[in-house]
Design a protein around this ligand. Structure first.
Ligand code: ATP
Length: 447
């Protein structure tokens, strides 16, 4: 099994990611995030949001998924700007993205291919009860247009001065021709975008600053430096709006691929929305008495690609099992089989603390463990597990990246202490129940 398959299997088995509407055979390119996947996703979004909000002059937005269709005229999405070249196999009728095919033959059956034609990636829908041409609109293929069309609202309501940034997290939809590689390319995904409005002369400097910031973000969350690279995109390959474009690429199990795009969008967006809407979207700079279209520096990333990268980076298989650090009193047997350890950053781990009674046939121990679980739940994302041997339960927690496992044993009944096992070192520490919340809060600072 290759690493992608192993991650798909773990994701399904342990409640991270399921194929959407699976009981009906699924729907191509859509995935559902299960209880643990949803926690992981929320943690990624939280860490991203916090890292953005640390900056001066940063504000957030939550705009609609549906926009006036004229937005997509102005943005260039209804014209050739947002279309992929599609080819179809004349024998098996499978469709492919032209730039993903090497040679002139169908990669599946070696049949002949049609000439490429443009295929718009936007998902069409209707607004209101009448389904005619005048009611057609689209599900947004990117979140940033909601920011651009609110430029004046945000500027005026928040009394901002340039440079300032607007961030947004939300669903985007693209009718991708091919979806493959699990959650790497899907038709419904969530984006985290930052649009920084600045003076044109400052754009280059800010572009470089943000490229560095974003690279640091991945490394700070556990992605190895050698698995990240920055690719300057040539003029021919750039998005239609970009003056300059750098892709941050990650070494996924299937090769180097874009994880995030950093763009200098110039004044493309504000000047085009001014033209199409008739509203003056220029900025008036009181100090210099100048009026101009601000340039926009954008950082744009889906939540799913980093999530995939974090899982890839964290996934470890330990052949023969992990060596246990000797604990004073427990008599835990470790079976020597391959064990999975998901070494996610503690801020990202979906479960922070698990509570495990040593045995489940001793009512006092079970009662105490449940009390502790109730004590921890309001403070940390926690789980209670009493099924199976304690060794197996530790492994189950390691497999989903749980940071601490609390074991309630016979000694607990005597002195009100528990053992707290650290996922990474497997060291076990005895902690008084009355100090437990405080001690975990210290260890899980910023989580
Ligand atoms: P690609 O070349 O891989 O199709 P793109 O250049 O079209 O990506 P952008 O339009 O720059 O991507 O989108 C910014 C980010 O949004 C991407 O770096 C990626 O993280 C995410 N993204 C875009 N399309 C998808 C998709 N279909 N599925 C998941 N994430 C996506």
């Amino acid at each position: 099994m290759d690493l992608t398959q192993k991650i798909i299997s773990l994701s399904k088995r342990r409640g991270f990611i399921f194929p959407s509407s699976e009981i009906y055979g699924g729907i191509g390119g859509v995935y559902d995030f299960g209880p643990l996947g949803n926690e992981l996703k929320r943690n990624i979004k939280k860490v991203w949001w916090q890292s953005m909000m640390k900056e001066e002059n940063m504000v957030g937005l939550d705009s609609g998924i549906l926009l006036n269709p004229r937005v997509w005229q102005a943005s260039g999405h209804l014209t050739a700007g947002f279309a992929d070249e599609l080819v179809e196999c004349k024998s098996c009728h499978k469709r492919f993205k032209k730039n993903e095919i090497a040679g002139n033959k169908c990669p599946e059956c070696s049949g002949k291919l049609t000439k490429p034609r443009k295929f718009n990636l936007m998902m069409k829908t209707f607004v209101g009860p009448v389904e005619d041409n005048s009611s057609i609109t689209y599900l947004r293929p990117e979140t940033c247009q909601g920011i651009f069309v609110n430029f004046l609202n945000i500027l005026n309501s928040m009394r901002l001065k340039i440079p300032f940034g607007v961030i947004q997290i939300g669903k985007s939809f693209r009718n991708e021709i091919t979806t493959k590689n699990f959650i790497f390319r899907t038709r419904e995904f969530e984006q985290m975008e930052m649009e920084l409005f600045c003076h044109p002369k400052e754009a280059d400097k800010l572009f470089d600053y943000w490229k560095e910031q974003r690279l640091k973000w991945y490394q700070d969350l556990g992605i190895k430096k050698e698995n990240l690279r920055v690719v300057e995109v040539s003029k021919e390959d750039r998005a239609h709006y970009a003056k300059r474009q750098t892709d941050i690429e990650y070494h996924f199990p299937f090769g180097w691929e874009e994880i995030e795009g950093i763009h200098n969008r110039g004044d493309f967006d504000l000047s085009n929305h001014s033209k199409h809407s008739g509203e003056d979207l220029k900025y008036f700079d009181e100090k210099s008495d100048q009026k101009y279209f601000p340039y926009i520096i954008e950082t744009s990333v889906g939540v799913e690609r980093p999530l995939f990268a974090f899982l890839t980076e964290a996934y470890q298989e330990i052949k023969g099992g992990r060596k246990k650090i000797k604990n004073q009193k427990s008599k835990i047997k470790i079976k020597h089989e391959a064990e999975i350890l998901l070494k996610l950053d503690k801020r990202l781990a979906p479960i922070k603390v698990a509570v495990l009674p040593l045995v489940r046939n001793k009512p006092e121990i079970v009662k105490k463990a449940k009390e502790i679980y109730n004590l921890l739940r309001p403070h940390f994302s926690s789980q209670y597990d009493e099924v199976g041997s304690i060794g197996r339960r530790y492994r189950r927690q390691d497999e989903v990246g749980t940071i601490f496992s609390i074991t309630v044993d016979f000694q607990t009944l005597e002195d009100d202490t528990i053992t707290c096992r650290d996922r990474d070192t497997m060291a076990q520490e005895r902690v008084k129940i009355k100090d437990l919340v405080k001690s975990l809060k210290e260890k899980l600072e910023n989580c």
